[in-house]
Design a protein around this ligand. Structure first.
Ligand code: MF3
Ligand code: CO
Ligand code: CO
Length: 288
């Protein structure tokens, strides 16, 4: 058997007659080494980035309002109503509503639920629960995606630690996200921090390009080897959203609703998410 001479598709092209910029040169270098590089469409203009930033301001306002109001005894659908009211009264839309048939404005996932929990009048928040609220806002056509954890009243030290370490995992991912790094550099940093604390990293779901669409390249894995995955260059907009599990990294989808992702061993899970733009000096958070 011979080897197929597999040619990687060249995704980065300098337009005919144009001098390559410094950025072009760096991207062409990595492309020539066979690394995965973006296509031009993944690099947003300053005007587009500003559009995502404005959407991010509304997204942050939504999660700040949830933070003020969330408490024991509320249903997860009460949370969704807060999200819906704020979204609509600010002239925005929810990217979740109607997405592949998703029926609500937000995802609300409790304890062993990893993500994509469907808000429900019958799911009541209890003292000690750890709750992820994930909101994706569309404003003027621009998408901003973020989620936070909320602790209902007082919880156990174990749950407190899981929520804290999951947040630290996002933070170490942010530190690793430098211009001209690779997605795998971020994933590797997150994975190390999770493992050091005795936790696992969900592999079946990842962060993603965002801004002009809900889900776009690159695929931002929260595990992996340095130097693998797509090259990240200034102007790219994407999420980092590590899902950190107390037990196994394995998850399944609740058959009853086809959406809610749950840990296989039903141990707890926590997640934090922001939308970022890569700049010449690291990432800027667009969902603050
Ligand atoms: N906001 C989620 C993410 O971080 C996606 C939710 S899709 C939905 O990518 F349909 F469940 F809302
Ligand atoms: Co996301
Ligand atoms: Co999200």
């Amino acid at each position: 058997m011979g080897f197929f001479n597999k040619k990687k598709k060249k995704t980065w092209v300098v337009p005919q007659g144009q001098e390559p910029t410094e950025m072009d040169k760096k991207i062409l270098y990595w492309q020539s080494k066979g690394r995965e590089v973006p296509r031009r469409g993944l690099i947003l203009t300053p005007g587009q980035i500003d559009g995502v930033r404005k959407s991010g301001v509304i997204n942050t306002g939504i999660l700040d309002t949830v933070a003020k109001e969330i408490k024991a005894g509320m249903s997860t659908n009460d949370i969704d109503k807060i999200v819906a009211d704020y979204t609509l009264s600010h002239g925005a839309k929810s990217a979740c509503l109607g997405y592949n048939g998703f029926p609500k404005y937000s995802c609300v996932s409790i304890n062993e639920e990893v993500c994509h929990g469907i808000p429900d009048d019958d799911i009541i928040l209890e003292e000690g629960d750890i709750v992820n609220v994930d909101v994706t806002t569309i404003y003027n056509g621009f998408f901003a995606d973020a989620s936070r954890m909320f602790i209902i009243g007082k919880t156990t030290p174990e749950r407190e630690k899981l929520v804290r370490v999951a947040k630290e995992c996002l933070e170490v991912g942010i530190q690793a996200a430098q211009p001209y790094c690779f997605v795998g550099d971020i994933g590797n940093a997150i994975q190390e921090h999770a493992h050091k604390n005795g936790y696992s990293v969900v592999r079946d779901l990842c962060g993603h390009g965002v801004g002009l669409k809900f889900h776009e390249d690159p695929e931002v894995t929260h595990y992996g080897r340095k130097g693998t995955g797509m090259l990240l260059v200034p102007g790219m907009v994407f999420t980092i959203e590590p899902m950190i599990n107390e037990g196994t990294y394995k998850v399944f989808i609740d058959e009853d609703n086809g959406w809610t992702v749950v840990t296989e061993d039903e141990k707890d899970s926590a997640q934090w998410e922001h939308t970022f733009v890569m700049t010449e000096n690291g990432v800027e958070i667009l969902t603050y």
